[in-house]
Write a new protein. Structure first.
Length: 75
């Protein structure tokens, strides 16, 4: 079900991965104060972005394969 909507899934995963990379960088430069909550939020967003990105790529591949199977009837 979730693999049918792979484009918004990929967009969401990119934003989550960017947040998960930029926040620790800003915390290392001491622009943003490093707190326990922000550390786990950035880690969780990067892990969730990774899994959602993999699911989005799998959904795109499934959609592409089913589309090519419908176009090529004499395969």
């Amino acid at each position: 079900m979730i693999l049918e909507y792979y484009k918004p899934l990929l967009i969401l995963s990119v934003f989550l991965l960017l947040f998960g990379c930029i926040m620790p960088f800003l915390m290392a430069l001491q622009i943003v104060e490093s707190t326990f909550f922000l550390n786990f939020l950035s880690f969780g967003s990067s892990v969730l972005g990774l899994f959602l990105g993999l699911a989005g790529i799998a959904g795109a591949r499934i959609a592409q394969k089913s589309k090519s199977d419908k176009e090529n009837l004499y395969k």
